[in-house]
Design a binder for this molecule. Structure first.
Ligand code: BGC
Ligand code: NOJ
Length: 807
């Protein structure tokens, strides 16, 4: 069952009912100001940091779900309804929500009044624009009133939801003309405020929530709306909000365009006030400048056009045209869009990440980069340098950093032993994409400490050595707190309810990870390549030797007979072995070791892939582990805390499915590689939206696994490393357009049914127009001539190169 459809021409997903199984959201914003918006107008806005600079309030586990956000009420004389369906909850005559790239449009109608609400954040501005157009489609004159409502968050979202003894005293606003200013804490240490404006003359307003709602009402039927009269209130503490009332008389066919702007202004300390600080009147000029800029129909239109161009540019570097529209829409639109969202948000703000929890994860950020480096290489470069700066001199790293301060986050700790190797992965990907080796010479401090700067290359060396300096009894890497699987906590032994499995005091043991061993082989080879390119030949040879030794150790001690083991626990016992009662086989080492090329020639790889297919794969994807754990096991930690079939305990943990698909391409199995890709790919499973439940245009972190009671049900949409890895999988391995240090390799691995594919790929400033043609004679023809390699030779910047790939 579906609840909408893809409109590829407009690059939109069009939702046809407010009654989606869960809120289906979109993101607004490209730089520093962001909004989350659901298909019923829910969500919130923030400036840069979803915890510390939240503009509007959103209650995560509210009942009913997803109330609050951008609220509009239209009183048409018969009914009072919302163009977003919520909060008024009055059945609409027509409803559509169009989620597009950086904007969302609601088209609704009731009683012959038609509304269109367009929500977006201009590319370079710190505000959200809501343009509401209302048209009288009836044959009589109609009196219409419109009431808007937003609830301000007192900036720090965590305090806002907890520290009420203080919060109820500090709220402050100013109202001037049609602009409501929210200035809580501005009198003291803040130099920023929010504003909510409308471009028409208001007939009333409210800033005090209690008056607006009236006793015992919720947003479904606020007193100010039901009574048709705003309170013109000035909030003093309690819950400051912003509401405008507008009234119109519309002749048949008439329409009115109303522009609301919710913005954020930050001022230099000495320009905070309009007069003496003691008068408390804020300097409103910068806000007014922004409002004046966007207050007209023309400027909104041109900003929307600019937004569309912004996305044309970002998505224009990879465009595929095949006979499979699902493939095209994922690659060209939604997968890349989701990659940019993970770039902007990391794991901070979604409908499942509260915006208050995690900072930027070390491994998450490195992997996200693989999915956006081709779109924003300059920003990828900055990101790499930020990440490397939270590394320690011994190569280890803080596991997270805060986006505002860029400092390591001591709460999240260190000692996740896969982290350092991801730095090699993303730096290599950046250089392969851009050819910019100068990044390796950039001085980067360790642990953000001034005076400790070393070229980025030294950080990579430290990463590589970190693994070698932390080997266990089988010469496999020690796992530390955890590797990629945050929930396989082999040194944790937590018995305290509520304790974080990731950060509680750990025991020191010799637990080893076969997964990190696979990573070391994969990224160690990349490190060796980087060494050679720099002329460090001895170092390259040593690295290669270490990689070979690790491969041998994996085949000797990390092989279980039919598949790769997962780990050795603190006791030296096997994890992920046929000898175990539960948790006999894990997906991660099968994917990672084969991706790294381990055992491909010897036949181990083929066996491992067959075992993964047999034991882990079912119709909704490939599960993380089987059999799932049935009881809590101290020596394994959080993974065993989840009910069987969910999260790390045997769901389809989508992030690692592309590893397996890539591994299948390494082994040359095009059909299965594509099956693995499409089984979890949103566009391919759109018609089971009722089972899948999360948005059909983006990946979710997990899909309930073969042992779960709710098989196929997805959770935690949007902010997942799945976005980057599936993009790498489909573009670099299935379609086979693979950036290497020496240039663009073209090596597709596609099922036979694919024919006649064309790809436009902009790479290092050159546009490659690539066509795949099925043919008996295989090979690459560049600008008409056959070449001997699968790497297209470099071409002058801005040139256009035609490549025919006969497959
Ligand atoms: C989740 C993991 C996540 C970790 C982060 C766990 O509860 O299951 O997916 O990586 O928290 O702290
Ligand atoms: C989500 C975390 O963000 C990521 O770092 C981790 O690798 C996966 N969960 C698997 O546990």
């Amino acid at each position: 069952m579906t609840y909408g459809f893809f409109d590829d021409t407009r690059r939109e997903y069009i939702i046809e009912t407010p009654f989606t199984p869960l809120p289906w959201i979109n993101y607004l914003g490209s730089n520093e100001f962001f909004g989350l918006i659901s298909n019923t107008g829910g969500g919130y806005c923030f400036y840069r940091d979803a915890k510390l600079r939240r503009l509007t309030r959103y209650r995560y586990n509210n009942v009913p779900r997803d109330t609050g956000g951008r609220m509009y009420y239209i009183d048409d004389g018969t009914d009072i309804w919302s163009p977003t369906y919520l909060p008024a909850k009055v059945t609409l005559d027509t409803y559509r929500c169009r989620h597009g790239l950086g904007y969302t449009i609601f088209e609704s109608s009731k009683n012959d009044i038609v509304s269109e609400l367009t929500c977006f954040v201009p590319v370079e501005e710190n505000c959200e624009i809501n343009r509401l157009v209302i048209k009288n489609n009836s044959s009589s004159e109609r009196d219409i009133s419109v009431v808007s409502a937003i609830e301000f968050c007192l900036w720090n979202a965590a305090d806002d939801g907890t520290n009420f003894q203080r919060n109820y005293n500090i709220g402050e606003v100013e109202i001037e003309d049609n602009i409501i200013f929210h200035k809580t804490e501005y009198r003291e240490r803040r130099n920023h405020y929010a504003y909510y404006s409308v471009n028409c003359q208001t007939v009333g307003f409210d800033t005090d929530l209690d008056t607006f709602l009236g006793k015992f009402n919720n947003y479904e039927s606020p007193q100010a709306v039901v009574n048709g009269k705003s309170g013109n209130t000035v909030a003093h503490g309690w819950s400051p909000m912003g509401s405008h009332r507008l009234e119109y008389s519309l002749s048949p066919g008439d329409e009115v365009e109303i522009i609301f702007i919710l913005g954020y202004t930050e001022l230099p300390k000495d320009e905070k006030w309009d007069g003496p600080a003691a008068d408390g009147v804020i300097n409103k000029n910068p806000a007014k400048e922004v409002i004046n800029r966007y207050n007209s129909s023309e400027s909104v239109k041109s900003e929307l056009a600019a937004l569309s161009e912004h996305w044309d540019k970002l998505l224009g570097n990879f465009i595929v045209k095949s006979e499979d529209e699902k493939l095209d829409r994922m690659v060209n639109i939604w997968n890349q869009y989701q990659c940019m969202t993970t770039f902007n948000m990391s794991r901070s703000a979604s409908y499942y990440e509260s915006g208050q929890g995690r900072g930027m994860g070390f491994r998450d950020s490195c992997q996200d980069l693989l999915g956006f480096v081709h779109m924003v290489p300059r920003r990828a470069r900055e990101r790499i340098l930020d990440i490397a700066a939270i590394q320690f001199e011994n190569g280890g790293a803080w596991h997270q950093y805060q986006p505002l301060t860029k400092r390591g986050n001591a709460d999240a700790g260190m000692g996740f032993n896969d982290d350092p190797l991801w730095l090699i992965a993303c730096t290599y990907a950046y250089i392969a994409e851009t050819g910019d080796h100068t990044i390796l010479d950039e001085p980067v401090p360790f642990e953000n400490k001034e005076g400790t700067e070393k070229p980025l290359f030294d950080h990579l060396r430290a990463s590589f050595n970190y693994t070698l300096n932390n080997l266990g009894p089988h010469k496999l890497p020690l796992i530390g707190r955890a590797d990629w699987n945050d929930c396989l906590n082999l040194n944790c032994f937590s018995e305290e309810p509520g304790e974080s499995f990731q950060t509680c005091a750990n025991i020191e043991s010799q637990a080893e990870s076969v997964f990190i061993a696979g990573m070391f082989v994969l990224y160690g080879k990349q490190y060796a390549e980087l060494c050679s390119k720099r002329g460090y030949h001895d170092e390259a040879a040593k690295a290669t030797e270490a990689v070979e030794k690790m491969s041998e150790a994996v085949l000797k001690h990390g092989w279980d007979g039919e598949w790769f083991l997962r780990a050795y626990d603190s006791n030296g016992d096997k994890v992920g072995s046929k000898e175990c009662r539960d948790g006999k086989i894990f997906i991660e080492p099968q994917g990672m070791c084969v991706m790294a090329g381990i055992g491909v020639e010897s036949g181990h790889a083929g066996k491992a892939l067959a075992a993964a297919k047999e034991h882990l794969t079912f119709k909704y994807g490939t599960c993380l582990v089987a059999p799932a754990y049935k009881e809590y096991l101290l020596n394994l930690g959080e993974i065993t805390s989840y009910p069987p079939g969910y999260k790390e305990n045997g769901s389809v943990f989508c992030h690692n499915n592309p590893w397996l698909s890539i591994a299948e391409t390494v082994a040359g199995n095009a059909e299965e590689a594509f099956e693995i890709y499409s089984r979890i790919c949103p566009a391919y499973i759109e018609d089971i939206s009722d089972i899948h439940r999360t948005e059909p245009y983006v990946y979710s972190q997990t899909i309930a696994g073969q042992e779960a009671p709710t098989q196929g049900e997805a959770k935690n949409s949007w902010l997942t490393g799945t976005a980057a890895w599936t993009f790498v999988n489909v573009t670099q391995y299935l379609l086979g357009i693979h950036p290497e240090l020496n240039g663009l390799q073209i090596k597709p691995c596609l099922p036979d049914r694919f024919d006649n594919i064309t790809i436009k790929r902009v790479y290092r400033g050159v546009t490659y127009n690539i066509s795949f043609i099925r043919s008996n004679e295989k090979g690459l023809w560049v600008n008409g001539s056959k070449i001997d390699s699968d790497i297209v030779p470099a071409a002058p910047e801005d040139s256009v190169v035609t490549v025919i790939c006969r497959i």
